[in-house]
Design a protein around this ligand. Structure first.
Ligand SMILES: *[C@@H]1O[C@H](CO)[C@@H](O)[C@H](O)[C@H]1NC(C)=O
Ligand SMILES: *[C@@H]1O[C@H](CO)[C@@H](O)[C@H](O)[C@H]1NC(C)=O
Length: 286
């Protein structure tokens, strides 16, 4: 009996130590807080309104980070900041640097300390990595989420929320596997692409799945969002989000058929559809 118990304890210890150090739970998405992951393009107010609502309404503080855009400087309306104000958000602050040393200072992160919402604008996602990865800014943004806030972003601001950084190449945005490969990983073991149908990119994610076996691909079309919390991913907005999980699903019938790994198939979800990131299964269709 003693021998058996020891084995059980050892097995438990192995299981616990096998979890990544930064992952306190089994959730694929954030345990606390919400993500609004948007596929780029011109956004309907309903998408930005969702961010304001999840941040706690008009009186909450929202920080907008336009850095991906690559402009020499930004005004206080950069990257949807003006839209958030127009919709009624009273405290919207544009925060930007390209210098990781600046991003690593207490002074720079000040606006994030009382923020309950953070929004990443579009551009090139590697710029967000070069400016913020490993800095106090990255930590403080994460803390906003852990405290129950919302992180949102469109286009580059969508891809950065993934674990594998899709389309992170400094030379070309047509390469889905580039020289920057680590995103901010608010959703674990997931790669996120954007503008997918408008730019005819729907087959590119299959290369990421070959390169990183076991990863889940999500590619979102323009003016469409995926709202993620815990293991739930709910689609809303005008168009579709594509799921690449090695299975196939259709509105014709809810039984996913397991396909060969190299099948090259994927499937589309639309507003009202809900996907379980843990089970890797559609759990609600509209
Ligand atoms: C957060 O702090 C900023 C100044 O850093 C202030 O303008 C804003 O009103 C504060 N927001 C809230 C909700 O307290
Ligand atoms: C937020 O502000 C907008 C614009 O002023 C207003 O229309 C809306 O009713 C406000 N929302 C709430 C919940 O008060």
């Amino acid at each position: 009996m003693v021998h058996f118990n020891l084995q059980a304890i050892l097995a438990l210890a192995v299981t616990v130590s096998a979890l990544p150090a930064d992952s306190p739970t089994q959730y694929v998405g954030p345990e606390n807080g919400n993500l609004v992951i948007v596929g780029g393009g011109t956004l309907d107010d309903s998408i930005l309104q969702r961010v304001i609502d999840l941040a706690g309404g008009n009186d909450s503080s929202i920080v907008v980070i336009p850095t991906a855009q690559g402009d020499p400087s930004y005004d206080q309306n950069a990257a949807n900041a003006g839209d958030f104000r127009r919709l009624g958000a009273k405290s919207v602050t544009v925060l930007h640097t390209y210098d990781p040393e600046v991003a690593n200072t207490e002074e720079f992160v000040q606006p994030l300390l009382n923020a309950t919402g953070v929004w990443f604008g579009g551009g090139r996602q590697w710029r967000l990595v070069d400016a913020y990865a490993g800095t106090l800014t990255q930590q403080t943004i994460r803390a906003v989420l852990d405290a129950g806030g919302v992180i949102g972003g469109s286009s580059a601001g969508a891809s950065i929320q993934g674990d594998f950084l899709a389309r992170g190449d400094t030379e070309s945005n047509t390469l889905i596997i580039g020289d920057h490969q680590q995103g901010f990983a608010y959703v674990k073991n997931v790669a996120i692409d954007q503008h997918v149908l408008v730019r005819n990119r729907q087959f590119d994610m299959l290369n990421v799945l070959k390169y990183k076996p076991g990863i889940l691909g999500i590619a979102i079309n323009e003016n469409t969002a995926v709202h993620v919390w815990k293991n739930s991913a709910q689609v809303f907005g005008a168009s579709y989000a594509i799921i690449y999980d090695g299975t196939y699903w259709s509105r014709d019938g809810n039984d996913p058929n397991q396909l060969p790994d190299d099948s090259g198939l994927f499937y589309f979800l639309r507003e009202g559809d809900e996907y379980d990131l843990g089970l890797r299964k559609v759990i609600k269709s509209s």
